[in-house]
Design a protein around this ligand. Structure first.
Ligand SMILES: [Zn+2]
Length: 512
């Protein structure tokens, strides 16, 4: 599907978001999150059902995108719908509901093993919203997604704490949950969704938000805390704005993460929503307290917890370069369908994606000759070739022209701007922002942080430290992922482990 075909497909698709009249208040934030995500992607959205809530949603999406064709109460006859309702509807009308920590999709599993009238966790409602928006996406792109498209009801239920099937045996989070201080590193798409979810979770305390960057135009499609006028605003300022007047106070730090933020005598939790492996390893190497992490990849999203340094997989274990996964440049090359050699040259030399390489920027790799096509690399930019391979209009990639190639990978592939799909046997790339993917990663980051901080919930978490969800494969997946430690990681370094233990003991003394 080319960019203009995608545009036409979206223009001709109408979406309805419906709220069951009298929707429980704990689900309102979820409903508004769904409206927000629809408003960033679909040009024609109708808001229906509960009148007060539909009006609120309309106001929210008009602030995001004033040119949107948004209407109230015109839900009849739309092509697809997301309904906040406990009852199943049809393949083109996705139903989601939250009960306790459970997300129920299309009425929930049959037989329904949970009470749908349980008071919902606002976090489950936010997760329901993102999964529901993802189900609508699988419907709208049913043709393009092949056997991954949504063609039938998928009655399922999952519990955000146990990461297993829906269950009534998990209590809600304590209303008194208070965390004196914790960090959020990275206030991009994932970090912002985590903030949105934490705001509505009822958690009180103080958060130190760390991010050196400002909002760019290309961010608006995926950043749930942004409005139309926010280009150029510091990302941390969005966190301050979102949490003002709530039980969470914010200390903004407009700089990259630094070990200097971690004081020797304290072990505060760190929520990590960063883009690169290098930055994540740097956070772990600064020996902070427990780490909660979330990420998106081209095909799925995930989250992980790292609490027992030197005993279970640390954050660096997941990203350690010797891990048996492709190197970063190989990953980028595969995603962009370009030569790894050429990608490495861009990464090492810092050449902007819109510029051809200088001859001296092409690295000599032992045992590997640069391919014959390498001569062309000094004449054409890699961005030109990516556009051609992906059948994307070159002008659409212009926002990345002056930026490092890694940004195109991060926003374009991980952020979902270029989604790989297959039509027949021919691999094609379509331009689609998977805002709901980053949003779900952020909600799961918040959920695992709350579940880990509440003494009643902590023992109910899965033993696996990592979880994953593929937004293109529908509900009913197994989420927990076993993860071992990486050899030669810094958590296997005796000096690092000793330094960490010294900090933990220092922390214990302060607590006494
Ligand atoms: Zn490790």
């Amino acid at each position: 599907m080319t960019d203009s075909e995608l545009h036409d497909h979206l223009e001709s698709t109408s979406i309805t978001l419906f709220a069951e009249p009298g929707l429980p208040a704990e689900m309102h934030a979820g409903f508004l999150l769904a409206a927000d995500l629809f408003g960033r992607f679909y040009p024609r959205v109708s808001l229906d059902g509960d009148k007060a809530l539909a009006s609120q949603a309309l106001a929210r999406i008009m602030a995001i995108n004033p040119s949107l064709e948004a209407t109230l109460g015109q839900g009849e006859g739309s092509d697809y719908a997301l309904r906040f309702s406990p009852r199943a509807s049809s393949a083109r009308q996705v139903s989601v509901w939250a009960s306790g920590w459970n997300v129920l999709i299309d009425g929930g599993p049959s037989p329904l093993v949970v009470d749908p009238k349980q008071p919902p966790s606002p976090l489950a409602a936010c997760a329901a919203a993102t999964i529901g928006v993802g189900e609508v996406f699988r419907g709208v792109f049913e043709q393009e997604l092949g056997d991954r498209g949504r063609r039938a009801l998928t009655p399922e239920g999952l519990n955000l704490v146990t990461l297993g099937r829906a269950t009534d045996s998990v209590p809600l989070a304590s209303p008194d949950l208070f965390i004196e201080r914790f960090y959020l590193v990275g206030a991009g798409a994932i970090g912002q969704a985590a903030i949105y979810a934490l705001k509505h979770s009822g958690l009180r305390g103080a958060i130190c938000a760390v991010d050196p960057e400002s909002v760019e135009l290309s961010n608006l499609q995926r950043y749930v805390l942004t409005r139309d006028a926010d280009i150029g605003v510091k990302k941390t300022a969005l966190v301050v704005r979102e949490l003002s007047g709530t039980g969470l106070s914010v200390v903004p730090v407009d700089a990259p993460w630094s070990g200097a933020l971690v004081q020797f005598d304290e072990q505060r939790p760190v929520l990590v929503a960063l883009d690169s492996a290098e930055d994540r390893i740097a956070v772990q190497a600064s020996l902070p307290g427990p780490i909660y992490n979330a990420y998106t990849q081209p095909r799925d999203l995930g989250w992980s917890r790292h609490e027992r340094f030197g005993e279970e997989a640390c954050l660096a274990c997941l990203y350690w370069p010797t891990h048996a996964r492709p190197n970063r440049h190989e990953q980028i090359a595969e995603a962009l369908k370009q030569s790894p050699h050429r990608v490495l040259a861009y990464l090492l030399s810092g050449t902007s994606a819109g510029q051809p390489l200088l001859p001296q920027a092409i690295p000599v790799i032992a045992g590997q000759e640069a391919p014959l096509e390498a001569e062309g690399w000094t004449e054409r930019s890699i961005l030109d070739d990516v556009a051609e391979t992906a059948e994307v209009e070159r002008a659409k990639l212009e926002p990345w022209s002056e930026r490092p190639l890694a940004d195109l990978y991060q926003d374009g592939i991980c952020g979902g701007a270029l989604l790989e799909s297959r039509i027949g046997e021919v691999p094609r790339d379509v331009l689609v922002p998977l805002a709901h993917q980053s949003a779900l990663a952020g909600v799961m980051l918040a959920a695992q942080f709350i579940a880990s901080s509440d003494p009643a919930l902590r023992p109910l978490r899965p033993s696996e430290v990592e979880g994953r969800f593929d937004v293109l494969s529908g509900p009913g997946q197994i989420l927990p992922v076993p993860r071992g430690r990486s050899e030669a990681c810094l958590c296997a370094d005796a000096d690092f482990v000793a330094a960490h233990q010294a900090k933990e003991q220092g922390d214990a003394r302060v607590d006494e």
